[in-house]
Design a protein around this ligand. Structure first.
Ligand code: BGC
Length: 907
């Protein structure tokens, strides 16, 4: 009774306090808004608090989960009532009610109490997927087609599958569970279901298969209905036999669960009563080679009830893929943006070359007219040759060509379904007259995720590099992070993302995509602990390397640090331990790792045509790379052990780290020259950044880095993929932010600015991508970004967090106003809400607008003139409610509560 009264008091107070300007927004389950088809036992709840007031902190929350909307409205949590919990936690709160049932929809909301008032969130829901294998009554179906060819370049036509069915009464609810391998498009009564493209997410189908779930209540109607599905090849049917893993020919699993108004259930499942044909308009389709579409073969009404499918064949039952079927928890790919072409030229009669103005990833949507049987050919490439024709040497064997055959009926609108291209230029043939740019649109495809960051500076070179990074990063999300989107590769290379993933996470909410990829990596782990350098293993590369697999750990760390989610750390801790032990026991000798596969990959070479440097003075010892990385990973494992409840392991990892460090210094450090190994920038910067250099030598080791960079490299990029992951932060932390800034604003080789100045609109695979051998020079790779984006947000813009904080709960705003930089304007949307930092230097003043989201606090580092905080400056900051904490070098450090602030200090 007492409890009830107290709850009532809590609720009624809330109504009043909502008036005080507190809002609870974005209620999410597993970081998804109103998800359907969740299959985890303990979904986690998150929300944000928004207010125009300053200093808003959560003090308590109360979650209600109900079995119906009506009950929730009455504030009854019959499924779970968390009770009032005194807590600041507003993310990843575990559901702790009774067992959740397959397919059931749950409604929930949260009431939040803050020091400034209370508020309810809007009500939200989530729906469980098919939790038990026995919930699946559908069968896998497919059928081979005699013209299918896997040899050489895969030529396998799309499959069309259909089934008429009737709903015997009014439909209350209908849910479609579907997995079409490699890729599917689903229709009910002619209507496309969902906006996903290239779905489901790619996995190693021997271990894991993802299904998607859709609420199709509004598509299924009482009486006659039809379901139709098109299947493409994706990564299930190999693109290159013998070279890339092959899992099988396209196949479908679909289950449509209908609840009628009278409570009756009807289940429509894929089974051999379905009809199938490979004779539809979408012909051969392949991610490398493109898609062929013959509009003459369109079958109007094929996905509607009553279509005459007598000429189609009967679908056949096929074996299920070996992998475990589970709900896909990361959003699918979709069309995320559009690009309008900027120009078109007739290169020779009938051959047009169109320029999109941007190296983009996706496809073209055409609105065209033509005569029945005429064929259009679209050939995609990233760059042009001197004569204006396509440069395709860097695409290797990828044909990158879509074809369209006209049906000849007025305006025909078309875009492909089961391919994608990385391109800026398109050679177009088969047009009778010059195509009008008005009728062509580039569709930009990548995983559906919010753009969370924005950054602009006073420097045009840097801004172009940033823009190039933005396009490069989003162009390489394809249900997994890929190395490139254009040639016959497009693989999930681990090493490319080691630190890059952290930078990417500022610009895009890549949380769930990376969480999925970390699962892919564990899926592919061998019994002895070994993991592949590429995952999913469409290419399998088990090399016992350390630098590439390290991305598994840094990826999990990124998800924790940036998004505050320790789920992946807990999930993979045991498997990560297996890998660490494997490297220690099988690949190391006396704590020195004996193998390294790639070296300091893509070290800027000494001559323009080389891919890799041949100069021994530029090549860093592989054992140094792998051993220093192993040390860094011991540190992460120690952190992970503490976070995942393996506190007993902490000492073990620390001990292993200490032994590794000792052996490392004994083997690679030259006390006389005060440098590591052969004194490359990478050899010195790794131990410096990882904390392996004895204190008394730190300054001298750093001096070597500066001398090499300013001397031999004339203030340009002085390291390869491994070193560049630490370069910007390493220079800045040690007092040479000015040098980092010079490197970043350079337009000469080797630098990011050089790429932009030579026409790049993304980031190249090679520093000399315009002159090197075409066998390895993609125009859209993100690996060479290293720590550039992390540095731009967390150093230049100053959006960082204090040691030990996760998800930006304790923010550290610390900008680096390096000489030559007049302003930085940046935003980052954290899980608590928007963080902003916009600073500018103006005649003797440092002006700074910043925003700290509700339920967080910040340490704010204000740069002051000569490291002195004068009284006027101090009192102006204090007027803004900043509490002075300490002086730290050139900064005065204040603490601030949440809110929007403007400070102006002498500078
Ligand atoms: C890929 C890289 C990858 C490397 C490692 C290249 O072909 O494109 O991104 O990390 O191989 O060998």
């Amino acid at each position: 009774m007492k409890l009830k009264l107290c709850l009532l008091a809590f609720f009624s107070m809330a109504v009043q306090m909502t008036m005080a300007g507190i809002k609870v927004t974005g209620p999410k389950v597993e970081m998804l808004t109103n998800p359907v088809g969740i299959d985890c036992e303990t979904p986690r709840f998150s929300w944000e608090i928004v207010s125009s007031q300053k200093n808003v902190m959560q003090t308590a929350y109360h979650i209600l989960v109900a079995s119906s909307e009506a009950l929730l409205k009455k504030n009854v949590g019959d499924v779970w009532d968390s009770g009032v919990k005194t807590s600041e936690v507003s993310n990843y709160i575990d559901f702790a009610g009774a067992n959740l049932a397959s397919q059931k929809r749950y409604f929930w909301k949260v009431q939040v109490k803050t020091n400034r008032g209370m508020a309810w969130s809007a009500s939200a829901f989530w729906e469980m997927g098919l939790l038990n294998p026995s919930d699946w009554t559908a069968q896998w179906i497919g059928r081979n087609n005699p013209s299918d060819q896997l040899k050489d370049h895969t030529k396998v036509r799309a499959r069309y599958l259909r089934k008429d069915f009737s709903a015997t009464g009014a439909v209350k609810k209908a849910t479609l569970y579907i997995c079409g391998l490699g890729l599917y498009e689903a229709y009910i009564n002619g209507q496309r279901i969902g906006k996903q493209e290239l779905a489901p997410g790619p996995t190693d189908y021997n271990f894991s298969v993802k299904y998607n779930t859709f609420d199709v209540t509004s598509q299924v109607k009482q009486g006659h209905n039809a379901i139709g599905v098109i299947l493409g090849n994706g990564r299930f049917t190999t693109m290159r036999e013998g070279n890339i893993l092959h899992f099988g020919m396209p196949q479908l699993l679909a289950q449509l669960e209908i609840t009628l108004a009278n409570g009756q259930k009807q289940v429509i499942t894929s089974d051999p009563t379905w009809k199938i044909t490979a004779d539809g308009p979408i012909g051969n389709n392949n991610e490398y080679d493109g898609e062929a579409y013959d509009a003459r073969k369109e079958m109007p009404g094929w996905n509607e009830n009553g279509f005459n499918d007598a000429a189609w064949q009967q679908a056949e039952p096929v074996a299920a893929p070996k992998g475990k079927l589970s709900a896909q928890m990361n959003p699918n790919i979709t069309i995320m943006d559009q690009v309008k072409p900027v120009s078109i030229k007739e290169l020779k009669p009938g051959v047009y070359v169109m320029d999109m103005g941007q190296n983009m990833v996706g496809w073209l949507r055409l609105k065209v007219k033509g005569t029945k049987g005429d064929e259009l050919k679209l050939h995609f490439a990233e760059t042009l040759q001197k004569d204006g024709s396509l440069y395709t040497a860097n695409l290797r064997s990828a044909e990158t060509t879509d074809t369209y055959i006209f049906k000849g009926e007025g305006t025909e609108i078309w875009e492909p379904s089961f391919t994608y291209h990385g391109f800026r230029y398109v050679e177009m043939t088969g047009f009778k007259t010059k195509p009008s740019l008005e009728d062509i649109e580039g569709e930009v495809l990548y995983d559906e995720m919010a753009t969370t960051g924005d950054l602009e500076t006073s420097n045009v070179v840097f801004n172009q590099v940033y823009k190039n990074s933005f396009w490069g990063i989003r162009g390489n999300y394809r249900g997994m992070p890929t190395d490139c989107p254009q040639r016959d590769e497009r693989m999930g290379w681990l090493g490319d993302r080691g630190v890059g993933c952290l930078g990417e996470s500022y610009i895009f909410n890549n949380h769930l995509l990376y969480a999925k990829w970390l699962d892919d990596i564990e899926d592919d782990q061998k019994a002895d602990g070994e993991i592949s350098d590429v995952s999913p293993i469409y290419w399998s590369v088990y090399a016992d390397d350390v630098t590439w697999p390290a991305a598994w750990f840094t990826g999990a760390n990124m998800i924790y640090d940036q998004f505050g989610d320790k789920g992946p750390i807990i999930k993979h801790y045991a498997a990560m331990t297996r890998w660490m032990n494997h490297i220690k026991n099988d690949i190391s000798k006396d704590y020195i790792v004996q193998k390294d596969q790639y070296g300091d990959w893509c070290m800027p070479p000494e001559s323009p045509e080389l891919i890799h440097s041949k100069d021994p003075a530029r090549i860093t010892d592989g054992k140094l790379l792998s051993t220093s990385f192993y040390y860094m990973l011991c540190g992460l494992m120690s952190k992970f052990a503490a976070l995942s409840g393996h506190t007993n392991d902490v000492g073990m990892w620390n001990d292993l780290a200490a032994k590794t460090k000792e052996a490392f210094n004994q083997n690679f450090f030259h006390a006389d020259a005060q440098c590591y190994s052969n004194n490359t920038v990478t050899a010195n910067i790794l131990p410096l950044r990882f904390g392996m250099v004895p204190e008394q030598y730190r300054a001298a080791v750093f001096q070597n880095i500066v001398e090499k960079t300013t001397g031999e490299f004339k203030s340009h990029v002085s390291a390869g993929l491994i070193g560049v992951q630490q370069l910007m932060r390493g220079l800045t932390d040690n007092g040479r932010g000015d040098l980092a800034w010079t490197i970043v604003t350079n337009k000469t080789y080797p630098s990011w600015g050089y790429m932009a100045d030579h026409g790049a609109t993304t980031i190249w695979e090679l520093w000399n991508g315009d002159t090197a051998d075409p066998s390895m020079n993609s125009g859209n790779h993100v690996m060479l970004l290293g720590d550039l984006v992390v540095w731009a947000y967390s150093y230049l813009g100053g959006i960082a967090q204090t040691e030990g904080s996760a998800g930006f709960k304790q923010i550290k705003l610390k900008p680096w106003p390096v000489d030559g930089l007049d302003f930085v304007k940046t935003k980052y949307r954290s899980i608590y809400g928007q963080i902003e930092s916009h600073w500018q230097k103006q005649t003797g003043k440092f002006l700074w607008d910043f925003v700290i989201p509700c339920n967080t606090t910040a340490q704010v580092y204000i740069p002051v003139k000569n490291g002195q905080l004068d009284d006027a400056s101090r009192s102006s900051v204090e007027k803004q409610n900043g509490k002075f904490q300490k002086m730290d070098g050139d900064y005065a450090v204040f603490t601030f509560a949440s809110g929007r602030y403007h400070v102006a200090v002498n500078y």
